[in-house]
Design a protein around this ligand. Structure first.
Ligand code: MRU
Length: 350
């Protein structure tokens, strides 16, 4: 597949010895790439959603940790590993639902421990970066395979409804939910897309439309509360979303509102496909009830960005960032290893 954007949302710069990310909080108004080489900047970027989307968070945490630890003056391997463990624990707590964050850091930790006797501090630091960049490369390959699998479920002329942003911005390259749409575009297959704005942070309106517009995809933006109306009029052929954590039984955490979409789709006999790399499957989590749901600041609901009030001050607000779609409602979960249907039994390796 071609990278039509010419950049990735998370990149490593050898000359700057830094991670470069596109600041997604500024989109669609400003394309600003920022350089990250300090722990405070890395944490801020993850917490404030400058980098976001489950796979992208995992990649950014891994490359970011490698970059930050490169500057850490460890004298011994165990000093370096202790510092990695501290940083890793703090990073994981910033976005507790997206499991890719934890999976990437656990993978780096394993690499450190495995090589802690044969390698010196300098070599361990280099190993961290090498492993982090491998995670990104593997994610790119996974996205291409997911696009190919998912496209077999669609037909020319279909209209897809998508939610939040599970595209190029949210991963290493191409996207999960949006990857079959980009592949279809490349192959000249006509697909149309409805993009839900995705309150409260408008990842659909700000980010998905930004990238679909750049890609020349035919799309229409709608408010989240218009979904059932569109479905009732036969205007949607398939719902496609990403995922932040898939439990072993297929229950899936994704952006708050995905569950509502899925219930509506099921009522109207419209398939709901979930696309995500196998790094989003949490085999240690038996079902959705064990997934921790991130809760975020009330201001995301009450205050417009740029500090415009959307609700009176001092009111009670509840702001869960994700919800769980029960496995039974999901028509198929697509990973790089194939297309899975209920009851879900995922292949661990390709
Ligand atoms: O809070 P966000 O913007 O990180 O939430 C993102 C989503 O819910 C995406 O659908 C999910 O991470 C999949 S991204 C390929």
């Amino acid at each position: 597949m071609t990278n039509i954007f010419g950049w990735d949302s998370v990149q490593y710069s050898e000359s700057k010895k830094a991670m470069i990310i596109l600041d997604q909080t500024l989109l669609p108004n400003k394309e600003s790439f920022i350089s990250i080489n300090k722990e405070s900047l890395l944490k801020e970027a993850i917490k404030l959603l400058k980098v976001r989307g489950a796979p992208a968070i995992g990649i950014a945490a891994a490359i970011g940790a490698a970059v930050v630890l490169e500057r850490y003056p460890a004298k011994t391997n165990s000093e370096l590993i202790n510092e990695f463990n501290r940083l890793s624990k703090e990073l994981i707590s910033l976005r507790p639902t997206a499991v890719n964050l934890k999976n990437s850091l656990v993978r780096l930790q394993k690499a450190l421990i495995e090589h802690s006797f044969g390698y010196n501090v300098k070599e361990l630091k280099a190993l961290l970066l090498e492993e982090a960049l491998k995670i990104k490369e593997e994610d790119i390959a996974a996205n291409i395979k997911m696009a190919q699998h998912a496209l077999t479920l669609l037909k020319p002329g279909d209209t897809i409804l998508t939610y939040c942003n599970a595209g190029h911005l949210a991963v290493s390259r191409y996207g999960t939910a949006l990857s079959p749409i980009y592949l279809a575009k490349e192959r000249g297959i006509d697909l149309k897309v409805y993009v839900c704005e995705t309150r409260p942070l408008l990842q659909g309106a700000r980010l998905t439309t930004y990238e679909l517009k750049k890609a020349g995809v035919d799309f229409t933006l709608i408010c989240d509360n218009m979904v059932a109306h569109l479905m009732s009029q036969g205007k949607v052929n398939a719902v496609i979303t990403g995922c932040d954590r898939v439990a072993a039984n297929g229950d899936t955490a994704n952006k708050i509102g995905t569950h509502t979409l899925s219930v509506s789709a099921s009522y109207y006999n419209i398939p709901h496909y979930i696309i995500g790399p196998s790094t989003t499957i949490d085999y240690s989590c038996p079902s959705g009830s064990q997934i921790k749901i991130e809760e975020r600041e009330s201001a995301e609901i009450t205050d417009m960005w740029y500090n415009k009030k959307m609700a009176p001050p001092g009111i009670k607000v509840y702001n869960p960032a994700f919800d769980i779609t029960p496995a039974k409602l999901i028509s198929a979960i697509i990973t790089e290893t194939g297309i899975y249907r209920f009851p879900y039994k995922f292949k661990i390796n390709d």
